[in-house]
Design a protein around this ligand. Structure first.
Ligand code: FMN
Length: 348
């Protein structure tokens, strides 16, 4: 097997190990996939001006996530359907997340229960991710299950009320749902019933005292509204470009959303983050945490547990390295770095 020294190599190995249409499903995106491509391209439109002779040996990248000390400002994004590549995928993600002290978001569109993932209820970095559902009793059950089985926070994905159209997926004729475990899956995007509105969010807020994060926010107005309804975190995301072909990426709207929110609100940003400098740029624009999606699946396919661990090790190493090269010793220094944004010509 090729050595796994970079995420680029991990992607190459993963691509060789699975069928082309399964690989394309992972990369799958809405319509032509332009938003997904932009998630990567956008990082080249963010310039960072480094500072020199400003290095400090004691660089600390640990970060507090609702009272849990994490080893880095990195999260494991919720990833449904990954057990088609490894039957133990979610157990592996959770195990490596615990080992690295990095929060893992376990999705509710899974073939496993939280109790199976956390039988001893000892996990510190396990969090629930659920799709918003218009059946409030279902939401209540899901939240109570997360509370009883040791989840630290709850993320509610609000960006996908209906199934998106993906030309790529249609061309591939690959229905991932036929390849992953669906039991005890009890979540399906609702076709009938009441439309999903902000009313549901206020009701959900009352169901738990756990931190709640809304995932899939791209508008500063929605971010502010979520905060006013008592949300503890805002997850700025276009779902890896898989939902609405919009050509808006999370990092483009990150600063304006951060400016609207009080400091106490945790801001997470994801989409296309593959390198240490991507993390540096995203934090510099105002994120508290970045989240990683597809690279974890590539790591899993390339070399199971070790592959997932390698992805995290590489990202941490590269992030530290880019901090040193940019002359930043802590998160405040990163935020103060001068940025040259080549995408700000649109109306704000
Ligand atoms: C295969 C796959 C499955 C996903 N499943 C979910 C999910 O169940 N819930 C969710 O909120 N987001 C889901 N996402 C989106 C990710 O959580 C995350 O927002 C996105 O992958 C980040 O972009 P990146 O893959 O470029 O890092 C999924 C993404 C992929 C690629």
């Amino acid at each position: 097997m090729m050595k796994l020294r970079t995420i680029r190599e991990i992607i190459k190995v993963a691509e060789k190990k699975i069928k082309p249409n399964a690989f394309k499903w992972i990369n799958g995106a809405a319509e032509f996939g332009n938003t997904c491509d932009r998630n990567r391209d956008i990082f080249r439109q963010i310039g960072i001006v480094p500072r020199v002779l400003n290095n400090n040996k004691n660089i600390n990248i640990s970060k507090n996530f609702f009272g849990r000390k994490c080893s880095a400002p990195i999260l494991f994004s919720p990833l449904g359907g990954t057990d088609q590549f490894n039957k133990k995928s979610e157990f592996i993600f959770s195990e490596i997340a615990e080992k690295n002290k990095i929060p893992y978001f376990f999705p509710n569109n899974s073939g496993h229960t939280i109790r199976e993932i956390n039988p001893l209820k000892k996990k510190q970095f396990l969090n629930r991710s659920m799709y918003l559902d218009n059946d409030l009793n279902f939401c209540k059950r899901e939240i109570s299950d997360a509370e009883k089985n040791g989840c630290h926070s709850i993320t509610i994905t609000v960006d996908s009320p209906v199934r998106p159209v993906s030309y790529n997926k249609i061309d591939q004729n690959y229905d991932a749902r036929k390849h992953y475990a669906t039991k005890p899956l009890n979540y399906f995007r609702k076709k009938k019933g009441k439309p999903l509105t902000w009313n549901v969010i206020s009701k959900i807020r009352k169901m738990t005292k756990k931190p709640i994060i809304l995932k899939g926010i791209l508008s500063k107005h929605d971010a502010l509204r979520a905060y006013n309804l008592g949300m503890d975190g805002i997850w700025i995301s276009n779902h890896g470009g898989r939902i609405l072909e919009s050509d808006v990426t999370a990092v483009e709207v990150l600063s304006e959303i951060r400016e609207k929110l009080p400091k106490k609100v945790t801001v997470i940003c994801d989409g296309g983050i593959r390198t240490g400098t991507d993390i540096l740029k995203t934090i510099s624009l105002g994120a508290d945490f970045v989240s990683i999606g597809r690279p974890l699946i590539y790591g899993l396919i390339a070399n199971s547990k070790e592959g997932v661990n390698k992805v995290i090790e590489l990202l941490k190493f590269e992030f530290l390295n880019s901090m040193k090269l940019a002359g930043a010793s802590n998160f405040d220094d990163i935020k103060k770095l001068k940025k040259i944004l080549r995408f700000y010509n649109e109306s704000r």
